[in-house]
Design a protein around this ligand. Sequence first.
Ligand code: IMP
Ligand code: MG
Length: 202
Amino acid sequence: MATFARGNSTPSGTAVGRRPSIAATGAVVVSRRRIARRVGELAAAIDARFGGQELTLVVVLTGALVLAADLIRRLKTPVHVMTIEASSYPGPATRPIGRVVCSAVPGGLTDRNVLVLDDILDSGATLKAVVARLRRRRPLSLASCVLLRKRRHDGRCVFAADMIGFDVPDRFVVGYGLDYDNRFRNLPDIRVLEISNNKDRP
Ligand code: IMP
Ligand code: MG
């Protein structure tokens, strides 16, 4: 079971790995097999929705990177891929800071069919902010797709996505592009984050 020292990517137990460990070894919430199947279904739904018209996919970095790489290879729809960076979880936070920081909106969206792709919908603040910025470019159509929707205990989400891969419990999850403090994006399954050091517990 791999554990990683905080602040570097060296497995604990090595010379530089003496600090408290964080292990992304919690339960699998969505397995790689279910992800692959659902990504195929989402691609088919996108193809059906756009019916062969050209589509501009705006990928919300960094979390949707892995999803985008898999999804675009399953699409029959001709697609342009663009990116926007958005962040509401600075560093090791596991709850949004309430302010979404976005990079510049890509150009060339006017009169295009635009689909925004993100990894997970939690409070909805990120997608709400991104979609508001994209709408100002007057696309022909603007829709959204997320791999995960968190079923929040408080039920509060300010944005409704048009396409959703899976509903997941109100836990912090990592893997398949989703990170904790920029780690664990490379895990092939989506897992609950478990932190073994109390100081870092979400
Ligand atoms: P929202 O703005 O509260 O909807 O949060 C959405 C953004 O926060 C996503 O784009 C993710 O990058 C990040 N996020 C929310 N929940 C999680 C999680 O459980 N794991 C990793 N990232 C998350
Ligand atoms: Mg994100």
